[in-house]
Design a protein around this ligand. Structure first.
Ligand SMILES: Cc1ncc(C[n+]2csc(CCOP(=O)(O)OP(=O)(O)O)c2C)c(N)n1
Ligand SMILES: [Mg+2]
Length: 578
C-alpha cells in the first residue's frame, strides 16, 4: 500500500488516542496539519508561540487523560518549544514532539530551518528519531511513544522530513501499538525485609512523596495511617497526598519547610521517600539532612544516592512497592497512639501558621491567606490549580491545601517561567469536566500572556489569577538583603485590563480583602460559563514565605566566615550610603 508519511503519522496518532496537537504550521508540516485537520478524533490547536504549545502539551499529560503532543516546524519551532520540552524532561512528564524536517531530495544546502535539531534536543528528551522511509513512520512513532511512557516518563522527538510527508511511498505492514509492560518493581525480598524492619523499629517514621507517587494516594494513606507517620510533599508532588488528611504535614523538608512539616520531621529516625529525587526545591536548597535510615523508592534507579545515601533503595513503581509494603506490614498493629499525637501537632502547627498570615496587615491589598481560603472554599476538591514560577508558587505550596491527585501542576525542576497561562489551557482541553484555574506572576504573564487568545479560540473556560505586585518578587526578595538594590526586578507597568481585552477574555480586579470572595465567585462563574477570565489580584507580598526565608538562610550559611562578613559588610554599607 502506498501512503504519504503525513497520513501514516495521522494513523499512528489516532491509534495512540492523541486528541490534541499543539503548534504552528509552516512549509515543513502543512501536509501533517492537513491530515490532522481532517481527523475526527484529533484537533490541531494553533498556538501563539511553540513555547506555549509545549506547556499545553505538558499539562495535558499531567492530567493523566492522555499524552500531550506537539506538531511544529523544524529549528525555529523546536527552539521555541525547547523550554516546555525541557520542563517535561526534568519533571518526568511524557510528551510526543513531532516536527517536520528539511527536504533531503533537493541536494541543496542552506535550506530554511536547517540545523541539527537532534543535537539540540538530545539532552532534554529520552530519545530522538528521524524517519528515513515511509514504512518506518508508524513503527518509529509507536516506539517513541512507548519510550515516553515507560520507566520515568519524558518527552520524545520524531522528525518527519517534508519530502516523505508530501510524496506517497510504500507503507509496509502497519503494526498495532504494543504498550509498555505494566510497571512493577525490581526490588528483591531481602531489600523489602530490611525496609520493613526499619519501618517497624522506627520511633518517628515519616514519609516524603513527590510526583512519582501521584497515582499511589490510596497506598500512601494506608501506610501513613498504619505507621502513624507524617507526610510531607515536594512542590511537584503537592497533589500526591491530600492536603486535608490529618497526617498531611505540608510542603518541603527542613528549615525551608512549613512549620508543621519542619516540626513533624525534626526527630524522624526513618524516612520513607517515594517518587522524589531530593532535588533543590523540596530540600530547601539541600538545607535538609535526612536520617541514616533512609528508604528510597523510585522508578528511576539513577536518583538513588544522588544527593543522600539510601539505607535501602527500592526500584519500582510507587504503587507496586507500596502495595508490597502494605501486605508485608499487614500484621503490624497500627500505631494509633503515635498517629493521634502526630496529627494533633500538625493541626496545631497549621492553625498557628495560618493565623500568622491572617494577622499580617496587607495594607489595603489582598492578604494571600484570605485569597487561598476563599479559593479552597470555592474550588471543587478535584479542581486543578496550575502555578507558574515565583513567590506565588511558594504561597500556593504553603497556604493552599490540594485535595485530589493530579490537581496541582507547576514548572518544578526546569523551573521555567511562562508555564501557567498555556498549561491551564492544556489541562482544560484534556479535562473539560474539571474546573481549571491558574495562579501566575505579573512577570510570567508577559512571557506567554498572548496565549489567552488560544483559550478563547478553543472555548476553554478557565480563570487566571495574576498576582500583581509589580516585581519579579521571588528574585527581588532574594536581592533585598544582600544587595539592598533591585537590579532588573522591578517591572514596567502593564495594563492588564487592556491585555485581557486584546485577548478577548473577561477582566476582573480584586483590589483588597473585602473583594476576595465576590470576585472569586464571579471569576469561577465566568470560567464555568465557558468564558475565560483574567483576574488582576493586587496581592500583598510584604510577608515572606518560609521557603524563601529558609533558602536564603541555608545559602548564606554556605559561605565561609570571611565571605559572610564581606557580604554582610557590603549590605550594611549600602544601607548606610543608600
Ligand atoms: C524562563 C525564566 N527566566 C527567569 C527565571 C528566574 N525567576 C524565577 S522566579 C522569578 C520571578 C517571577 O516573577 P513573577 O512572575 O512576577 O512572579 P512573583 O515572584 O512576583 O510571584 C524569576 C525572574 C525563571 N525561573 N525562568
Ligand atoms: Mg510579580
Amino acid at each position: 500500500m502506498k501512503s504519504t508519511a503525513a497520513s501514516l503519522a495521522r494513523h499512528a496518532l489516532e491509534r495512540l488516542g492523541i486528541r490534541h496537537t499543539f503548534g504552528i504550521p509552516g512549509v515543513h508540516n502543512t501536509e501533517l496539519y492537513d491530515q490532522m485537520g481532517a481527523s475526527d478524533s484529533i484537533t490541531p490547536v494553533l498556538v501563539a508561540h511553540e513555547g506555549g504549545g509545549a506547556f499545553m502539551a505538558d499539562a495535558v499529560s499531567r492530567t493523566g487523560a492522555g499524552v500531550g503532543a506537539l506538531l511544529i516546524v523544524p529549528a525555529a519551532g523546536v527552539t521555541h518549544a525547547a523550554s516546555g520540552i525541557g520542563e517535561a524532561f526534568l519533571d518526568g512528564i511524557p510528551m510526543l514532539v513531532i516536527a517536520g524536517g528539511i527536504r533531503r531530495d533537493l541536494g541543496r544546502a542552506y535550506q530554511l530551518h536547517d540545523m541539527d535539531q537532534h543535537a539540540l534536543l538530545a539532552p532534554i528528551t529520552k530519545g530522538c528519531w528521524r524517519v528515513e522511509r515511509h514504512a518506518d513512520v508508524i513503527p518509529v512513532i509507536y516506539e517513541a511513544y512507548r519510550l515516553a511512557n515507560s520507566g520515568e516518563p519524558g518527552p520524545v522527538f520524531v522528525e518527519i522530513p517534508v519530502d516523505l510527508q508530501l510524496m506517497p511511498g510504500d507503507a509496509g505492514e502497519i503494526p498495532e501499538y504494543q504498550p509498555p509492560p505494566a510497571a512493577g518493581h525490581h526490588a528483591d525480598d531481602a531489600a523489602f525485609a530490611r525496609a520493613t524492619d526499619l519501618l517497624r523499629a522506627a520511633k518517628h517514621p515519616a514519609i516524603i512523596c513527590g510526583w512519582g507517587a501521584v497515582d499511589a494516594g490510596r497506598e500512601l494513606k494506608a501506610l501513613a495511617e498504619r505507621l502513624g507517620a507524617p507526610v510531607a510533599t515536594t512542590l511537584q508532588g503537592l497533589s500526591s497526598f491530600p492536603g486535608n488528611h490529618p497526617l498531611h504535614a505540608g510542603f518541603a523538608l527542613g528549615p525551608a519547610a512549613v512549620p508543621a512539616s519542619e516540626n513533624a520531621f525534626r526527630d524522624c529516625d526513618c524516612l520513607l521517600a517515594v517518587g522524589t529525587r531530593f532535588a533543590e526545591i523540596p530540600t530547601g536548597s539541600y538545607g535538609y539532612q535526612p536520617p541514616a535510615n533512609l528508604i528510597h523508592v523510585d522508578i528511576n534507579p539513577r536518583v538513588f544516592g544522588a544527593n543522600y545515601p539510601a539505607a535501602v533503595a527500592l526500584e519500582g513503581d510507587a504503587r507496586s512497592v507500596l502495595a508490597t509494603f502494605e501486605s508485608l506490614l499487614a500484621t503490624m498493629p497500627a500505631a494509633a497512639a503515635r498517629r493521634d499525637v502526630v496529627a494533633a501537632q500538625i493541626a496545631a502547627d497549621k492553625r498557628d501558621y495560618r493565623d500568622q498570615w491572617l494577622a499580617h496587615d496587607p495594607k489595603g491589598r489582598v492578604n494571600p491567606q484570605r485569597f487561598f481560603d476563599a479559593l479552597r472554599r470555592q474550588l471543587p476538591d478535584d479542581g486543578i490549580v496550575v502555578a507558574d514560577d515565583g513567590n506565588h508558587t511558594f504561597l500556593i505550596a504553603e497556604l493552599m491545601p490540594i485535595h485530589s491527585p493530579r490537581a496541582f501542576f507547576s514548572p518544578s525542576d526546569f523551573n521555567s517561567m511562562g508555564y501557567c497561562i498555556p498549561a491551564v489551557i492544556g489541562a482544560k482541553l484534556a479535562r473539560p469536566d474539571r474546573t481549571v484555574i491558574g495562579i501566575v506572576g505579573d512577570g510570567a504573564v508577559r512571557m506567554t500572556g498572548l496565549e489567552m487568545a488560544t483559550a478563547v479560540a478553543q472555548k476553554a473556560g478557565v480563570a487566571w489569577f495574576v498576582f500583581n505586585d509589580g516585581e519579579l518578587a521571588q528574585i527581588a526578595q532574594a536581592q533585598e538583603t544582600p544587595y539592598n538594590r533591585k537590579t532588573c526586578t522591578v517591572l514596567p507597568e502593564l495594563d492588564f485590563e487592556a491585555l485581557a481585552r486584546a485577548n478577548r477574555v473577561a477582566y476582573r480586579a480584586m483590589r483588597n480583602d473585602a473583594e476576595v470572595d465576590r470576585v472569586m465567585q464571579e471569576a469561577l462563574a465566568s470560567a464555568a460559563a465557558g468564558e475565560p477570565v483574567l483576574v488582576d489580584v493586587r496581592i500583598d507580598y510584604s510577608k515572606r514565605t518560609r521557603f524563601t526565608e529558609g533558602v536564603i538562610r541555608t545559602n548564606l550559611k554556605r559561605f565561609g566566615l570571611a565571605d559572610q562578613a564581606r557580604l554582610v559588610g557590603r549590605a550594611l554599607w549600602r544601607r548606610l550610603t543608600g
